[in-house]
Design a binder for this molecule. Structure first.
Ligand code: BGC
Length: 522
């Protein structure tokens, strides 16, 4: 008897900030009620799993990743009951839902931190303190735009506290077992409510040890393994998805021996897709995948083109970074941290051929694709906004005022609508793309449907195929029941090429940016 593969291996994920998707109560901020109303849209798009960005109580100094109460819902988004309604409504449509969980840190407004900083507090060591900034010297700073140290002085505590991200996000101290226990209870809380899993935010940084990079330490893996064992023993069919912006040979450790996280994002392949399009040469994509180690049977990569953060350039060298910036972020305001604060469509000059090609590559890569809300209609950005807000603007549903996102006045929205010519809600919106069968929305739906018919795309192996033209990306996806040849011309010129594999048509001519899935003897 063969058992069905785990659901997440053939799933397509859709990343949604609750505040950005749809406003149900007209206050200018997206909420759970609005999201529930849009579930038919999500289902029709062909999404298997929603990933909700943090929706907990928060002063919102880091888009909600600065949590001040892990078991609450920010009042402007709704209530815990609204979350339950959303999960039930999603499940009814066959859509699973995972939540973002920030394990590494809290907001400085969290009652734990407020208590810990108090002189003589019994929970002082729930956070990481020091009398000097000499401890853990050499550990890199992540938000280089805004910080030059991982330590901030706290007047009340009379000590420095450790933070890998913003100064207002003190790191929790996992060396204290009470912290781990409290966070395990948070996991139980949301899994009891019905979430199908959790995206574990910034997961490499849980522990600190002198003389190390304080990233991916054995203690961190040990803690995650104990979390997995709890989840497996207390729940059915839930997943842990690790966010670790590192090289695949390091990230594979997060899968453990099928006893740690079920999924992890593949960061390095992402910029290489853009590099391939910029240079017209497919090699960087193939090399990234060839150098990706095998992963355990029960594990899966999450692959993506864009998300709510900057397009990260941490996993490229100086030369590649210069090329990426010159091609995709010519203006300094487009650059954020070590990356690019733009959305998919404007990155590719709104060129439909490139947009189709890059999405085609995403849907063909080994792993489960994670789409970012709005990219299915080619939404634009506003890189003049602070931090990463430029890629978090209201979803564009229609050409009405406030883009059909809200009944509130446009000036009352949580962020302004995109105003860049060619990308305004008058020009780019769901309603008009529903009507136009040639639209990007229809293209995305059709390809998600197509991918669903070929589970080999989620489950199969990856075998690079040599061709006679460097512009051609060619690889096989191989499964027990099916083998598909993925072919794409990543250049702006026509190519005629042979593929070094028997059984497939050769030579072939591809127009600029042409792409195909092919089967033997076609
Ligand atoms: C999230 C960011 C956030 C950071 C700190 C990340 O990796 O994706 O949006 O700013 O964690 O919580």
């Amino acid at each position: 008897m063969t058992t069905a593969p785990p659901w997440f291996k053939t799933a397509v994920f859709y990343e949604v900030p609750v505040y950005a998707f749809a406003d149900g109560n007209g206050d200018g901020i997206g909420d759970f009620a609005g999201l529930v109303e849009k579930l038919d849209y999500v289902a029709a798009l062909g999404i298997d799993c929603l990933w909700l960005l943090p929706f907990f109580e928060s002063p919102l100094c880091d888009g909600g990743y600065d949590v001040s109460d892990f078991t609450s819902v920010l009042a402007s988004y709704g209530t815990i009951d609204d979350v339950t309604v959303l999960i039930e409504a999603a499940h009814k449509r066959g859509i699973r839902v995972i939540a973002d969980l920030v394990l590494n840190h809290t907001s400085d407004q969290h009652p734990w931190f407020q208590e810990a900083r108090r002189p003589g507090s019994p929970i002082r060591d729930w956070y990481v303190w020091s009398d000097t900034t000499e401890k853990y010297r050499g550990v890199r700073v992540i938000f280089v735009d805004t910080h030059d140290s991982n330590w901030t002085w706290d007047e009340v505590a009379g000590a420095y506290y450790w933070h890998r991200f913003f100064w207002h996000q003190p790191d929790l101290n996992y060396d204290n077992p009470d912290v781990g226990e409290a966070m395990r209870d948070v996991v139980r809380f949301w899994l009891d409510i019905g979430f199908d899993g959790l995206r574990l935010d910034a997961v490499p940084y849980l522990y600190e040890r002198e003389g190390t990079s304080c990233e991916s330490l054995p203690e961190t893996h040990q803690w995650l393994k104990s979390l997995r064992s709890m989840v497996d023993s207390e729940y059915d069919d839930r997943i842990l998805l690790a966010e670790a912006n590192q090289w695949p040979h390091e990230v594979v450790d997060y899968f453990g021996d099928d006893d740690e996280c079920h999924m992890a994002f593949h960061f390095p392949v992402m910029p290489r897709i853009y590099i391939a399009l910029a240079t017209g040469e497919a090699a960087p994509i193939v090399t990234a995948l060839e150098t990706t180690p095998e992963i355990p049977q029960g594990a899966q990569w999450g692959v993506f083109l864009r998300n709510h953060d900057e397009l990260s350039l941490e996993m490229v060298d100086a030369e590649e970074r210069a090329l990426m910036n010159a091609t995709y972020a010519p203006e300094p305001t487009m650059r954020k941290n070590i990356g690019i604060g733009r959305r998919l469509a404007p990155l590719l000059d709104g060129d439909r051929r490139k947009l189709e090609l890059i999405n085609f590559i995403l849907l063909s890569l080994p792993g489960s694709p994670v789409l970012y809300y709005g990219d299915e209609i080619g939404m634009g950005d506003n890189y003049e906004l602070r931090d990463r807000d430029g890629v978090r603007t209201p979803m564009q549903w229609s050409d009405e005022a406030s883009a059909g996102f809200s009944t509130a006045d446009p000036a009352a929205l949580y962020l302004p609508l995109v105003s860049a010519p060619g990308y305004t809600s008058k020009e780019v919106n769901v309603v008009s793309q529903e009507r136009d069968t040639e639209s990007m929305l229809h293209w995305t739906r059709a390809w998600l449907e197509r991918r669903r018919r070929h589970p080999v795309m989620g489950l199969g192996g990856f075998v690079p195929v040599a061709t006679t033209d460097p512009a051609v990306l060619a690889f096989l996806r191989t499964g027990a029941d099916e083998e598909v040849l993925v072919l794409a011309n990543v250049s702006d010129h026509e190519v005629t090429f042979d593929v070094d594999i028997s059984g497939y048509r050769s030579p072939i001519t591809f127009a600029p940016y042409e792409y195909h899935w092919m089967w033997a003897d076609q």
